[in-house]
Design a binder for this molecule. Sequence first.
Ligand SMILES: [Zn+2]
Length: 265
Amino acid sequence: MSIQPIQQKSTIPPEKLNAVETSARIFNSPEAAAVKEEFCAVGRKLWLRKYVDGNGGNLSCRIGPNHVLCTPTRVSKYDLTPEDISLTDLEGEQLAGTQPRTSEILLHMEIYKTVPEAKAVVHCHPPYATACAITGRVPPNLVLPEFELFVGKVAMAPYETPGTRAFAETVRPFVKQHNTVLLANHGVVCWADTVTHAEWLVEVLEFYCQTLALAAQMGAPIAHLSAEHLSELLAIKKTLGLPDPRINAATQETLAAGGPGAYGS
Ligand SMILES: [Zn+2]
């Protein structure tokens, strides 16, 4: 007499099984491996530049319609390894990875949901930009061309307790028009097409805030760029494909005046 082995039926519904397989495939893809390495390089830059303190700051990258790679909670950005990175869905539910995802993931998700062109988000606490965020001072425009080209106008989101949904929602009104937002009494968040480029925005902002702080100590008035200078910079921005609401505003003003589009078709 032969004994039939008991067939163990899977209790996981097929659609869920598919989702698990998809997550594993994305998490282990060559594209994800490259992003994990990029996180480590950018994390080290943030730490070396003193833009993060303790385990502060977090990085994420949208790698699929509903899949986001992100840094873990309670790990210094200097010590990041590819094995620390986790995968979540757009609600912040962790799908893969051994380390728990960052506690600030909802902030990142709010940006991905509001701005489809946002592919990567960097949040950190650089001292000069954070000094602006604790004094409620948005850095003025029209001082340095680099800042106008890459950052443009900065917004200030109101304070809420970090990690909460209310905190994440504070950036929603601003991120469509601004790639860089100061978080009152907290730090800064930037979005771009890659993690490296989002970190560049942090660098440009921090450098700008530091330069303005140094200039303020000199007791002489700061010279500003003119409206003509700005329109030249916006034309360059348009050529480079860098979005700026001031480009649209200038075009609309010209169209309203009955003239041809300022920047052609
Ligand atoms: Zn923070």
